[in-house]
Design a protein around this ligand. Structure first.
Ligand code: TYD
Length: 220
């Protein structure tokens, strides 16, 4: 039974959605409630981009909002920085923690790369969403469940108006395209994705989110 050696005992839950969809607030609530519901397992809350070396470079770049359209080389470099950050996260946190049986809740993961860089690399390669999925496929750890926080991009931008700093991806046309990419990713793997109505308040969103996670744990 050669495949058995690859079986990991933990669970990987990822949260995806456009900027302003309320993922990060929900992630904290979800992780807290999950830990209460399953005290026998360690629940780890994490996020991408990470605080590692590639993540730090990315965060510095993301906060420099304005300026002219970045070159193809710059956009490509950004894709590979997100991938390097993801590889680092897999190696240092995701794979070892899953092997120890933890439940990981990740605020963004590889689907964000397909959805966001799938927009920035349009016109550079023929189908960037699919291309990015293919680059990830041989080495990525597929999430056990992905919660997709759905919110009208106009509403998401309104929610972000109160934030002091704007990041470069926070423009409506851009977020509409990211939203389309997320919908496409969900349609490609309907069993993995659970759609969350992110227009409700944080408590309701956390309640909605917990259901598919608990179902997953019960089935295992
Ligand atoms: P994040 O810190 O999650 O921002 P927020 O809390 O505002 O959602 O992510 C920062 C930005 O990075 C966000 O606009 C999404 C983008 N991003 C990508 O473009 N590609 C990726 O692979 C990831 C993980 C994030």
């Amino acid at each position: 039974m050669p495949f058995l050696q690859y079986r990991v005992n933990g669970f990987l839950i990822t949260l995806e959605g456009i900027d302003g969809s309320g993922k990060s607030t929900a992630a904290r609530l979800i992780a807290k409630r999950l830990q209460e519901a399953v005290p026998q397992r360690r629940v780890i809350l994490t996020a991408e981009p990470t605080g590692g070396q590639a993540g730090k470079i990315l965060k510095a770049q993301l906060s420099s909002s304005g300026g002219s359209e970045p070159s193809v080389a710059t956009r490509m470099a950004e894709l590979f920085l997100f991938m390097a950050d993801h590889a680092d996260q897999l190696e240092k946190l995701v794979n070892p923690s899953l092997q120890e049986g933890a439940i990981i809740v990740s605020d963004r993961y590889a689907d964000s790369t397909a959805a966001y860089q799938g927009v920035t690399l349009r016109g550079v390669v023929p189908d960037p969403v699919q291309w990015i999925r293919e680059i990830y496929s041989p080495w990525n750890r597929r999430p056990d469940k992905t919660l997709l926080f759905m919110l009208d991009p106009a509403l998401a931008l309104q929610r972000m108006q109160s934030r002091p700093e704007r990041e470069k991806f926070e423009r409506q046309e851009f977020l509409c395209e990211v939203d389309q990419n997320f919908r496409r990713l969900a349609a490609l793997e309907p069993g993995r994705f659970a759609i969350i109505d992110a227009s409700q308040d944080a408590e309701d969103v956390a309640d909605q989110s917990l259901k598919p996670i608990l179902e997953l744990l019960e089935q295992a």
